[in-house]
Ligand binder design. Structure first.
Ligand code: HAM
Length: 421
């Protein structure tokens, strides 16, 4: 059997990893600017967490979750998302007792057994934030501002993006809306796909997520959640729209947006790219004011979002192809002769301890070949030959300008940065 990575799970190879590292750096820095702190929950959780948190009737739990018994028979799941994990940790460690908002962020792999396609994988990576402890619509606006700001920061223009926004109400108004949907779809039951016929009994809201062509007409004519909001949900949503206006953040109201997860209440949104195909959501999120309670904690509202790293990488690399050939070192050491090589190893160790990214040839290449590797990988070559050795010097060659200079080894090592511009 040929050993290959599992379908839908791929290797991120070094040249692509450079972009990942840059993005992860930008994301962490931006989250910190908004006062979020990192949390790292485990990748494996009790399966029950997602059944209760995300919802039995959702595709994520019903069809896509990797579930398996451990050696003692406990049912575990590879996390399909991290909001439920963060909330579990929030409750387990009593983070609510700190008397302030908990603003948490995470980065890491998630797993969903979906049909792989462009922008959709079985192991994918999310970056996300969760703000727990306030009902204030200003916090919804802040989270949406953070989402927009992140896109600007990584270099995506507002023109290529759009924000879909909706409010799906709370547990007060949800029963009436659910009944209206049930009545609407029951009357058109014959048009619906088999999955939606099941959803009709379990949770008719989930029908609005369906992508099957045969269901689209019935979905288009379905009642809208905005028409069923209670006065306080309506006021919350209106205040959010007005705050987004103040911040100059664009949005498109989308009455069909319900976001395939059961924990959402009130605000839901997705930031989408015009440059991606069917999987156009760069990130999605919303409020989940009941989730902490559902998972056994004290009533605590929350709001957040998560985005897919792969989709961000896809849009960015569509615009600017990855530069596999970019130099990754400050200096490449080229010794000439066995004695110089010993000295070169010492020089390398010292350079690296002074924060200089440096490497040398371990393949016994000729001088000419070693210089061509140097030119590809570094800005400077450091040549050490018998003459240099005898005089305690080295030759520094600027590989961009071709200029060489002879330096005293001791002087160079005292402050290598002064010579490596
Ligand atoms: P979600 O919409 O299921 O929400 O996922 C968020 C983002 O993860 C999507 O917009 C997409 O960019 C990416 N994503 C999802 N599935 C895949 C996949 N199979 N392959 C590649 N990328 C994917 C959540 O997960 C919620 N926990 C978000 C949230 C946080 N809501 C409140 N707080």
């Amino acid at each position: 059997m040929k050993l290959e990575s599992v379908r839908g799970m791929r290797d991120i190879l070094p040249e692509e990893a450079v972009l990942w590292q840059r993005l992860e750096g930008e994301i962490r820095a931006l989250f910190a600017l908004y006062g979020y702190k990192e949390i790292r929950p485990p990748v494996v959780e009790p399966a029950e967490l997602f059944a209760r948190g995300v919802g039995e009737a959702t595709d994520i739990v019903h069809k896509e979750m990797y579930v398996f018994p451990d050696k003692k028979g406990q049912m575990l799941a590879l996390r399909p998302e991290a909001t439920a994990s963060v909330v579990r940790a929030y409750i387990e460690h009593g983070l609510y007792a700190k008397g302030d908002l908990a603003k948490l962020y995470y980065l890491g792999p998630m797993f969903r057994y979906e049909k792989p396609q462009k922008g959709r994988q079985r192991q994918f990576h999310q970056y996300g934030v969760e703000a727990l402890g306030s009902l204030d619509p200003a916090l919804d606006a802040e989270v949406i501002d953070l989402a927009w700001h992140l896109m600007e920061r990584v270099g995506l223009s507002r023109e290529g993006l759009f924000l879909r926004l909706n409010s799906i109400g709370c547990r007060e108004d949800r029963p009436a809306y659910r009944e209206a949907l049930r009545a609407h779809f029951s009357a058109r039951r014959e048009e619906l796909c088999a999955d939606c016929q099941r959803r009709l009994a379990e949770n008719p809201l989930r029908i609005l997520d369906c992508k099957e062509p045969q269901c689209q007409e019935a979905i288009a004519a379905a009642p809208k959640s905005l028409d069923y909001l209670c006065p306080s949900c309506r006021a919350h949503f209106e205040e959010l729209l007005s705050l987004l206006g103040d911040l100059g953040l664009a949005y498109t109201l989308d009455p069909r947006l319900v976001r395939g997860i059961d924990y959402y209440t009130r605000t839901v949104f997705e930031l989408c790219s015009r440059e991606l195909g069917a999987q156009d959501a760069l990130l999605g999120g919303g409020r989940y004011d009941d989730l902490v309670e559902v998972l056994g904690g004290p009533p605590t509202p929350g709001v957040g979002f998560a985005g897919g790293m792969e989709r961000l990488v896809l849009v960015l690399s569509q615009r600017q192809p990855l530069d596999a050939a970019a130099p990754d070192l400050d200096a490449y050491v080229v010794p000439i002769g066995a004695e110089a090589r010993r000295k070169a190893l010492e020089l390398l160790a010292q350079l690296r301890r002074r924060g200089v990214a440096a490497d040398l040839d371990y393949l016994g290449r000729s001088l000419r070949k070693a210089m061509s590797v140097a030119a590809r990988r570094a800005r400077y070559a450091l040549l050490l030959g018998p003459d240099e050795l005898a005089q305690g010097r080295l030759t520094l060659k600027d590989l961009r300008t071709g200029q060489s200079s002879s330096l005293l080894l001791g002087e160079f090592l005292a402050n290598p940065r002064a010579f490596l511009a």
